[in-house]
Ligand binder design. Structure first.
Ligand code: ADP
Length: 518
């Protein structure tokens, strides 16, 4: 099998890094089972956001020509891959799961280095890819279609799933392996071939995932990796005539561009975009449980999840007590390099994200919200070379403030007071997004009303807004997406076309769609 890891592909090109005195690893694009430098002749650096002196690797800064080569390789591989029986495709995916399991710790450590989130979370990210692989391996023996009676005698009718061809994938940095697995694995089990453009901040984890698949026996060209910046290496996928569909996870701003480009090219397009996820805590809730959930939901992954808890809507009778306790706990969170097991929260992914977080701290204050804790960059001692921000809590936030409406994507949470359950739901729904939502209560009637009424693709009862499981549908309503779902069997709907099949065994011309009354 092709070995796509840097050590094997740099063959003699490694040099000594001045920063960590190890060898610099140079990764090349993985196209048709081979390694290619970008035709642009340019590369970019993948830096550790907890310590930017640590160079994780050097990656190709690809352009439209590289993308074209990858798409052609995928198209060539598709001719054979579509004919491999789905259970055989699934066996490769199953083996990849086993391989990843054996490499889980290494992959997690490398992910923490390139992405910043703490080890517990990166282990979870790799595990998510493993779980996705087990689940999708099972689909290789299901991928159920429909058999149904035909309206004429001696005629059979069925609907079968067929692959589309070449799928383009553009992924974000916050779940660098899990999100890549949600896209790649249903696509390939269904018989498609892929070109993936990982986020420029975290390409290594995609290499690690695809390495496991390659080692498990995936044929050359079934998955191709092209690294680089969005407008240079992502955008060419949108216009390429051989790409049949685009699966994108990222910001709403870029999602809109992608939807527009895909519409112009008649491409199927799946968008997984922003969130501004509410957690409602009622006066009858188990407050200690809600507190733990709030800390995890708001500050896990440094608030950099599309499902992060970014608004906590508190019943007025428990507002003060909850706010006081949350602030006390947020102040104690250990912020630092995620490779240190004692740490509870890592850095922002990059300078741009940190600047955005700090900008919203200013916006919140200028809008009249009360900064209860945090709001400052941490830059002394161990924090000196990373993008660290204090866990930040705003109180007295009103529902229409910008900090309660716009996605920040950082460790900044807004507390909003409500008078009643009905008002809490109104506040929760009063935004453009609709990804995740949560309600803490012991009242079963309210729980079911919330499940019905919260405008979101995911609702948790007595759990925070984060923690999706891979066999359930993942996605949002309103401006969070365009109606598709990842995870679960529903993800196959995006990666397959339905074909209706009629088999007439009457030996006569039977006419459907006309009146056959006699
Ligand atoms: P974030 O702000 O979280 O980095 P983005 O939406 O900017 O989210 O990025 C998500 C993914 O989209 C990344 O892989 C990025 O390179 C890619 N991307 C950014 N801009 C474009 C673009 N104009 N066309 C295609 N892909 C893009």
């Amino acid at each position: 099998m092709a070995n796509i890891m840097a050590n094997d592909i740099t063959s003699g090109t490694s040099t000594v890094s001045p920063s960590n005195s190890g060898s610099i690893k140079i990764y090349r694009n993985f196209i048709g089972g081979e390694f290619h430098e970008s035709l642009s002749g340019q590369t970019f650096e993948n830096l550790n956001p907890a310590d930017t002196r640590d160079l994780v690797g050097v990656f190709q800064r690809s352009n439209a020509q590289d993308v074209d080569a990858a798409v052609r390789a995928a198209k060539a591989a598709f001719a054979k891959w579509r004919l491999v029986p789905a259970p055989k495709r699934a066996e490769i995916i199953y083996r990849a799961a086993e391989i990843l399991l054996s490499r889980k710790e290494d992959c997690a450590r490398q992910m923490t280095r390139e992405m910043g989130k703490v080890l517990k979370e990166t282990r979870g990210d790799v595990q998510e890819a493993i779980d996705c692989a087990y689940f999708m391996a099972g689909e290789g023996r299901r991928m159920y279609g429909v058999t149904t009676p035909a309206e004429l005698a001696n005629k059979a009718a069925m609907a079968i799933r067929q692959p589309l061809g070449v799928i383009g994938m553009i992924t974000p940095w916050n779940f660098p392996m899990a999100i890549a697995s949600w896209k790649l694995l249903p696509a390939i089990v269904a018989g498609n071939c892929c070109v993936i453009k990982p986020a420029e901040d975290t390409p290594l984890s995609t290499f690690n995932l695809v390495q496991a698949l390659a080692d498990a026996g995936m044929p050359d060209g079934v998955i191709n990796i092209v690294t680089g910046y969005g407008p240079e290496a992502g955008a060419p996928l949108l216009d390429h005539p051989e790409v049949r569909a685009i699966s994108f996870t990222g910001s709403s701003k870029v999602g809109k561009l992608i939807a527009q480009a895909c519409a112009g090219n008649f491409k199927r397009c799946s968008l997984e975009l922003g969130g501004k996820n509410p957690m409602i805590v009622m006066d009858d809730a188990n407050l200690d449980l809600a507190l733990e959930g709030a800390l995890w939901g708001a500050f896990g992954t440094t608030g950099q999840r599309c499902t992060a808890t970014s608004r906590i809507i508190l019943h007025k009778d428990i507002y003060e007590e909850f706010a006081t306790k949350l602030v006390a706990r947020a102040r104690k969170l250990k912020v630092g390099n995620g490779l240190d097991e004692a740490m509870e929260m890592g850095p922002a992914i990059n300078q741009r994200q940190l600047d955005q977080d700090l900008k919203y701290v200013e916006i919140g204050q200028s809008e009249g919200a009360k900064l209860l804790c945090g709001g400052n960059r941490l830059c002394e001692g161990d924090h000196a070379n990373g993008y660290f921000l204090e866990p930040t809590v705003f109180g007295d936030v009103t529902p229409k403030m910008r900090i309660a409406q716009e996605e920040i994507f950082g460790p900044v949470v807004s507390l909003i007071r409500c008078e009643s359950f009905e008002e809490a739901v109104e506040f929760a729904n009063g935004i453009d997004y609709g990804l995740s939502s949560a309600l803490y209560t012991k009242d079963v009637n309210r729980a079911f009303a919330a499940i019905r009424d919260l405008e979101a693709g995911i609702t948790y009862i007595n759990a925070p807004t984060i923690g999706a499981e891979v066999h359930l549908p993942f996605g949002g309503v309103k401006q969070t997406g365009n109606g598709h779902r990842e995870g679960g069997v529903g993800s196959l709907d995006f990666y397959t076309e339905w074909k209706a099949v009629y088999i007439d065994y009457s030996d006569t011309l039977q006419r459907a769609q006309i009146d056959n009354a006699d």
